[in-house]
Design a protein around this ligand. Structure first.
Ligand SMILES: CC(C)(COP(=O)(O)OP(=O)(O)OC[C@H]1O[C@@H](n2cnc3c(N)ncnc32)[C@H](O)[C@@H]1OP(=O)(O)O)[C@@H](O)C(=O)NCCC(=O)NCCS
Length: 170
């Protein structure tokens, strides 16, 4: 039996340990971490999955970003991780589906991530560079994916994915 819960400060160290376990060393050097620096994650969208023994099985976090400096808001999905002993049981899909539903209910309209298109396409994500989105280097443009949570969410919205606090014209 799994439970989806809001991440609390008491979960933080365990979630970081899970990320260290599943991601390659040096993950914090990625450009996504520069976009997250000094910005609080989005409360209510950072979720954990615990099993019947209260062991952490999976976690997802979201940060706010802008499309273009000072531009329209979007969510940056990730990191999302499932413990290696629990992968392939549907927990990743469960967390992504639940958090995207909460995001839509919370009024968010755009979600961006850097990840494997063959996995994320099942959640409606498509490659974003063709639509005019760009991401700080070093990032493989084929891994930049986006999904609107409402129809037309990305119409006329393009540019470099930028920090939440960035100013227009920067
Ligand atoms: C990627 C991850 C979150 C998926 O969660 P999960 O619970 O293992 O996956 P689910 O059970 O929801 O889905 C399993 C399906 O996804 C597929 N899948 C998993 N990772 C995939 C990938 N990187 N590319 C393509 N397909 C993938 C599986 O083959 C399986 O396919 P099937 O349904 O056709 O059998 C998890 O495996 C993980 O934590 N991996 C390591 C960390 C990572 O890469 N995070 C994502 C980048 S931010």
């Amino acid at each position: 039996m799994f439970r989806i819960l809001n991440e609390t400060p008491a979960d933080s160290a365990e979630v970081e340990y899970l990320y260290d376990l599943v991601f390659a060393p040096g993950r914090t050097a990625l450009s996504s971490y520069r976009l997250r620096e000094g910005v609080e994650p989005v409360a209510g969208l950072c979720l954990v999955v615990r099993d019947e023994y209260d062991v952490l099985a999976a976690a997802i976090r979201f940060w706010p970003v802008r499309v273009g400096p000072g531009g329209p808001p979007a969510l940056l999905l990730g990191p999302v991780a499932v413990h290696p002993t629990r992968q392939g049981e549907g927990l990743g899909g469960l967390l992504i589906g639940a958090s995207l539903e909460r995001a839509r209910e919370g009024g968010w309209t755009r979600v961006i991530l850097v990840g494997d298109e063959p996995y994320y396409r099942r959640f409606g994500f498509t490659r974003a560079t063709a639509a005019g989105l760009d991401y700080p280097p070093p990032t493989n443009p084929d891994r930049l994916l986006a999904r609107g949570l409402v129809p037309g969410a990305f119409d006329g919205v393009a540019g470099l994915v930028s920090p939440w606090g960035s100013a227009a014209g920067a």
